[in-house]
Design a protein around this ligand. Structure first.
Ligand code: FES
Length: 152
């Protein structure tokens, strides 16, 4: 998939519920992803989460043991009430914390519950693994309806 394909799909109209006004975003960092260059080293996610919590007091930062994206470590997810959830991989623990914080703020400020492609930091474009609609999103029951990500 080319970035152009990704961008088109990401910016197509969606029918998810919007983010609750004023709701904050949460960054969930995997604390058990191994450094592929040095698998014996301490997993870097916990340190990234601690740094994020200190540098981004407007955001909630949590750690979990595995996001199921181990082959693309380091993994993290960005969540907000009523919004799509975004899972990212191939993150650099030393340089991508600011990108995660910026993405979380973009999602929290979004009117339609999606993280806008335009203005999204590059690590969150190339590192996108999945996005998942929020509970309560209007998803057509007819599988042939091609919901959410294709233009009408
Ligand atoms: S150990 Fe981090 S995603 Fe599985």
């Amino acid at each position: 998939m080319t970035p152009t394909d990704l961008e088109r799909r990401e910016t197509d109209a969606v029918d998810g519920a919007g983010v609750a006004p004023g709701a904050g975003a949460t960054i969930v960092v995997c604390a058990t992803c191994r450094d592929r260059a040095d698998p014996a080293a301490e997993p870097p996610g916990a340190a990234l989460a601690v740094a994020l919590a200190a540098e981004a007091p407007d955001l909630t930062v949590r750690t979990v043991r595995c996001l199921g994206n181990c082959s693309r470590a380091l993994s993290a997810a960005v969540l907000a009430p009523g919004a799509w959830t975004y899972v990212f991989g191939d993150l650099d623990p030393l340089s991508d914390g600011a990108a995660l914080a910026e993405g979380a703020r973009l999602l929290a400020a979004s009117a339609d519950g999606t993280m806008p492609w335009r203005g999204r930091p590059e690590p969150l474009k190339r590192g996108l693994v999945a996005r998942v609609p929020p509970l309560g999103a209007t998803i057509p029951a007819d599988p042939a309806a091609v919901p959410l990500t294709e233009p009408a």
